[in-house]
Design a protein around this ligand. Structure first.
Ligand code: HGA
Length: 602
């Protein structure tokens, strides 16, 4: 999605802005631009180009210490130079960069046009520049002008405003789209994402929703209460490849350490339980929970489905997962005894955030399962579980997905142990969880062998991913991974559904990946392989060591962590299969077409 960077201080702004945009490239974008204030004028360069090209286009723009910059992911109007941000008013006094959607843009455009303003772009965002310029022309501070203009605006925004006549100030406003201020030494940074800041400062202020900040080189002001800066843990290396060919490879490889981080300090092997202090629930309150519902989008939803299985299995509490947007729009019946878990890597997913707000309006109890500390969902839910996966840059989720499933295993264990899960069983699960990071490392050690299978998928038009019960969410996540980064059509089905329709598609050209956890359903899964083989379909079985899998042409094995936790391990080879298929096809792995990392628009 779009990225915003701003700088105000004692150094030349341009290199800092461009470097910031480069750090935000991973989010996906189609055009880029920058505006600087110099000698009372705005210098603007923008085009439907990559940041490297923008750097060439701006080579002659030096000499300003204040500026704003943007990478656009179009929602209104095609990716052209005119539609790229920053947008300016007709007099070129005000420049704005905007993330989000102005919902009443059509009406505002009509009103502006009627008053003689000539709009030059197709975007919703341009109206902001004209409205702010009109307010600024009436006098007062830039902050007042922005506030006045926003009173007429409906929709979502992360907004940063530059006034050519007042280069000592920037104004930032947030409503539904994240913005974070970075505090430097006589310099201030602004960005939509920490990635653009951590090279310069570890001290940040997350703007609250509805907040408007006046930023000067020596600090910032808002109407909100003073708050101490958050000290971020991320370091610049988190945003660098460190010898890996791309971020997805790096993030897959990081999973053993990432898994250790989500478990650290939360497992009690002696008492066979876990501690999730961030949930802020006493044992009695945990016992009072009668249902658990996971809400997320894409991989976060599939991780929630793994979580729901674990909660039902270990705690015998009814649980399910649902796409956050579906839940929100069907006027849900909110159950006061249900624990709702909002799952999001970025913590900024617009659909999930809106779901949290809907739940809170209806008196639901909602906790976050979020990777980014300080993100909107993390702040909106006053309780939750941080995923501690570290920054995830690649659009396709890997380590965050794994950490989601592990966090949910901890939740299931906690809920189980305040109910009927015995000490012995609790200890078995806790031990298996403690060993999981090492087991993940063992799966990763098989990468070359798994990579050798990728050719089968690279040549295929369509691939089935099949699983039942514990294997079903794994199959869904596997299919999702393949389609999003390789663009090979992949569909997941419950193995039991195959013969009720999809089997008609199976032939020699359609490979199937069959998930076979070593559980009581293994025999049934072996039967699924037979059904496919009888129709000439090639089969890659993904299973645990020790289980004989006759019939499959290829077998990928993972060490077992016990039937309950095997889904976590079975996911890892599917990440590698998707990754190596995408590599064989020469795809842009970290930035697949049409997708963005954190989906901050509806
Ligand atoms: N609506 C604006 C900004 C889009 C956006 O925030 N994408 O993530 C536009 O289309 O320019």
């Amino acid at each position: 999605m779009c990225g915003i960077v701003g700088y105000l201080g004692r150094r030349p702004a341009l290199p800092i802005l461009l470097e910031g945009l480069r750090r935000l490239e991973y989010r996906g974008y189609d055009s880029a631009g920058v505006a600087l204030a110099r000698d009372g004028r705005l210098l603007v360069r923008k085009a439907a180009v990559r940041v490297a090209e923008l750097t060439r286009l701006t080579a002659n723009l030096a000499g300003s210490t204040t500026g704003i910059a943007h990478t656009r992911w179009a929602t209104h109007g095609p990716a052209t130079a005119t539609n790229a941000h920053p947008h300016t008013d007709t007099g070129r006094r005000i420049a704005v960069v905007h993330n989000g959607i102005i919902e009443n843009a059509t009406e505002l455009r009509a009103t502006l046009s009627a008053s003689g303003v000539r709009l030059v772009s197709d975007t919703d965002s341009e109206v902001l520049a004209h409205l702010i310029a009109a307010a600024a022309a009436r006098g007062g501070t830039l902050t007042e002008a922005v506030r006045t203009a926003l009173a007429d605006v409906e929709g979502t925004y992360g907004l940063l405003v530059l006034d050519a006549e007042r280069p000592d100030v920037l104004v930032a406003a947030r409503h539904g789209s994240p913005l974070v201020l970075g505090l430097g030494d006589r310099e201030m940074f602004v960005a939509s994402d920490l990635a653009a800041l951590v090279r310069h400062t570890q001290q940040v202020i997350y703007l609250e929703d509805g907040e408007l900040a006046t930023i000067r080189a020596d600090g910032y002001e808002t109407r909100g209460a003073d708050r101490p800066p958050t000290v971020v843990e991320d370091v610049p290396g988190d945003y660098e490849l460190g010898g890996h060919p791309d971020f997805m490879a790096k993030e897959i490889a990081e999973q053993p350490e990432a898994a250790q981080r989500v478990l650290r300090g939360r497992l009690d092997e002696r008492l066979g339980t876990a501690r999730l202090d961030g949930l802020r629930l006493t044992a009695r309150e945990l016992r009072g929970i009668r249902r658990v519902k996971f809400l997320g989008c894409g991989s976060a939803y599939y991780a929630g489905q793994v979580g729901a299985g674990l909660v039902e299995e270990l705690a015998r509490v009814p649980a399910d997962a649902e796409p956050a947007a579906e839940f929100r729009y069907r006027n849900p019946v909110v159950d006061p005894d249900c624990l709702y878990i909002a799952v999001s890597q970025s913590g900024e997913t617009a659909d999930t955030l809106a779901t949290v707000e809907e739940l809170q309006r209806k008196g639901g109890r909602v906790a976050g399962a979020v990777n980014v500390v300080g993100s909107a969902i993390a702040r909106e839910c006053d309780s939750g579980v941080f995923l501690h996966a570290g920054p995830e840059i690649s659009v396709a989720s890997t380590k965050a997905f794994t950490n989601m499933t592990l966090a949910f295993a901890l939740l299931a264990l906690t809920l189980g142990r305040v109910r009927d899960l015995s000490l012995g069983e609790g200890r078995r699960i806790a031990r298996a969880l403690a060993e999981l990071p090492e087991r993940i490392g063992q799966v990763l050690a098989e990468e070359d062998r798994i990579a050798s299978l990728a050719g089968r998928f690279a040549d295929a038009q369509h691939v089935f991913y099949l699983g039942r019960v514990r294997g079903w969410p794994v199959a869904r996540e596997g299919a999702q991974k393949l389609k999003e980064i390789s663009y090979v059509h992949a569909e997941a089905y419950q193995s039991s559904e195959l013969k009720h329709g999809p089997l008609a598609l199976v032939d020699a050209a359609m490979p199937s990946v069959v998930l076979i956890p070593d559980d009581e359903l293994a025999v049934k899964n072996l039967g699924t392989i037979e059904q496919i083989r009888a129709r000439g379909g090639p089969v890659v079985a993904v299973t645990t060591t020790g289980l004989a899998v006759p019939g499959a042409e290829e077998v990928v094995r993972v060490p077992t962590a016990g039937p309950e936790l095997d889904p976590v391990l079975l996911t890892i080879p599917l990440q590698l299969l998707a990754y190596h298929t995408a590599r064989k096809l020469g795809r842009d792995i970290d930035k697949p077409r049409n997708l963005a990392k954190s989906v901050t628009v509806e």
